[in-house]
Design a protein around this ligand. Sequence first.
Ligand SMILES: NC(=O)c1ccc[n+]([C@@H]2O[C@H](COP(=O)([O-])OP(=O)(O)OC[C@H]3O[C@@H](n4cnc5c(N)ncnc54)[C@H](O)[C@@H]3O)[C@@H](O)[C@H]2O)c1
Length: 338
Amino acid sequence: MKDIKVGVIGCGYWGPNLIRNLNENPDTDVVYACDLDKGKLERIKLRYPNIDTSMDYKDLLRDDRIDAVAIATPVFTHYAIAYEAIERGKHVLIEKPFTSNVREAESLVDLASQKGVILFVDHTYLYTGEIKRIKELVNSGDIGDLYYLDAVRINLGLFQQDINVIWDLAPHDISIIDHIFGEDPVSVSANGTSHTSSGIEDVAFVTLKFQGSFIAHLHINWLSPVKIRKIILGGSKKMVVFDDLDTGSKLKIYDKGIMFARVNEKVSYTNRIQYRIGDMHAPHIESVEALQVMIRHFAECVKKKKRPLSDGVAGLRIVRILEATEKSLRKGGIKIDI
Ligand SMILES: NC(=O)c1ccc[n+]([C@@H]2O[C@H](COP(=O)([O-])OP(=O)(O)OC[C@H]3O[C@@H](n4cnc5c(N)ncnc54)[C@H](O)[C@@H]3O)[C@@H](O)[C@H]2O)c1
């Protein structure tokens, strides 16, 4: 018996992936789907004849069968839909980026807490085997002190009409950094430019600075001729490369680094640096669709009233950083304290 009845709002590119995974999960069942576009609903109906459809999301929210809604609409609509859903006591699974600004994110977090419903943000990468493994390596101390994270997420991307490339792609990397490092950055600076008349930035470079010497850099770009999805995490003991497009081993752990001889030793500067060039290890990580794992966790949180790994508070932290990137962009890339 599938206990959790779900309505899915937004059946464009991502919504159907949620519907498929929600239907494949033993605890969740999509009973209603909504989109402003009739054609998209007809395609859903062809594949899932038992799902009711509507062009008005309020129909889903009024439906007493529905325990939870999944929201996969453009970000500028997230707040209003999620707010109404929570007010009606529905659990909410909402796509990244959580909201368009901090004020909206805080309001949803407060309301969900008042209403006692689960507010879950789909930061999909946190549910990949590779990020889970990296987090374990960091927690166990195997990576050592964290030095930097360098993320490249570029391709000839789908130009969005409402958000720039940072709001579109950076939530993935920022949520990964938030999860792995576990601390808020102290400042952010962002540079970006638009190459269309829309003025919406399509290429951007973002730098996040943290307390201590950890630093992160994101390169996000909708105008690249090649697709790259790569993260390098440098630590004092190990360095890790996560290449999401590698069909063989996505995760590689390098035993490489440098060591400094003690300063008072009478050796030249060059001789003080010693290089460690050890083995590379590519651990076997079971290939499971991240969305499947994410939905499993969502269902568990709803059933057991557990706090999600990517809850509204985590979503708010990411939006706070995104909002700061926006301020930095508008001020020519200056450092914005967070
Ligand atoms: N987690 C991920 O990896 C991932 C990947 C892609 C997209 N997303 C996120 O999913 C969301 C949707 O992105 P997409 O690429 O599917 O966009 P999309 O434009 O392909 O689809 C959005 C759909 O929402 C519908 N819609 C808009 N307003 C609506 C409303 N008020 N009521 C009902 N339907 C409405 C549109 O008609 C459209 O079909 C965004 O927040 C995006 O960032 C997440």
